[in-house]
Design a binder for this molecule. Sequence first.
Ligand code: COA
Length: 260
Amino acid sequence: MNYENILVQQENGIATITINRPKKLNALNRDTIQELHDAFEALDTDSDAKVIVLTGSGEKAFVAGADISEFAHFSVDEGGKLAAKGQELLFDFVQNLGTPVIAAVNGFALGGGLELAMAAHFRIASDNAKMGLPEVSLGVIPGYGGTQRLPQLVGKGKAMEMVMTAGMIGAEEAQQCGLVNHVTTQDELLPLAYKLASKIMRNSLVAIRGAIKAVNANYEAGVNGYETEITEFGNCFGTEDFKEGTTAFLEKRKADFPGK
Ligand code: COA
């Protein structure tokens, strides 16, 4: 597929999506959100793409937010639709993707940028990264799941402070409060993402798909996560991966998962 605002590369089972609007600090305009949706959807059904790494182009920004120039003149109705559509097309879509998504935060991750990183299954950051939800400084609240996912990751009090002050935190503080899992230099960021992706790929991707569903179920209103876990756990017993994983253990060899 041809994209104008993102780059998609695939190597050794790992797909890298790079948001590529460096002159606008990779701000998410409507077309970029649609392209990201299309790329994630295509990769999720591509058996050669086992793990997805999401990052921003350039040395300055992961994503500096939703594109403010696109919504500055919106009405109440248009604002609501913007939030709902983005949620459906990208942010909830990424969170619920069966293929693991690692966000490699390489600079500013603000507003929609941090919201996108938080929708990924986990995050790593370079030491120059700056993260925050500055929306109230624009007269709007964090959207795209920002008010929900930030407290899930950093706790309510810290999230309230970040949202109300509209301030940014650095990579080290982000690691301390659980927003990112690892911090490294800019040069080492993608190598670390690929190292983690390779570690993930050694396991059963079918089981991982079920595990993502079960973990996410804990955060879904009206869904009993324990019940989802029981269903997903049981489903594994019908997979080739389960047969291979348990057989390999009993035969004292490394499992070679067929991914089915
Ligand atoms: N939407 C649209 N354009 C954006 C943008 C956004 N969220 N963030 C940055 N840009 C654009 C700037 O308008 C500028 O474009 P121009 O060169 O055509 O004027 C370009 O990206 C570079 O940004 P600039 O502000 O000049 O860089 P800087 O290094 O001085 O500041 C930031 C960097 C991230 C602090 C600053 O760009 C910023 O505050 N961005 C908005 C952050 C935000 O509020 N995000 C939440 C949106 S919901």
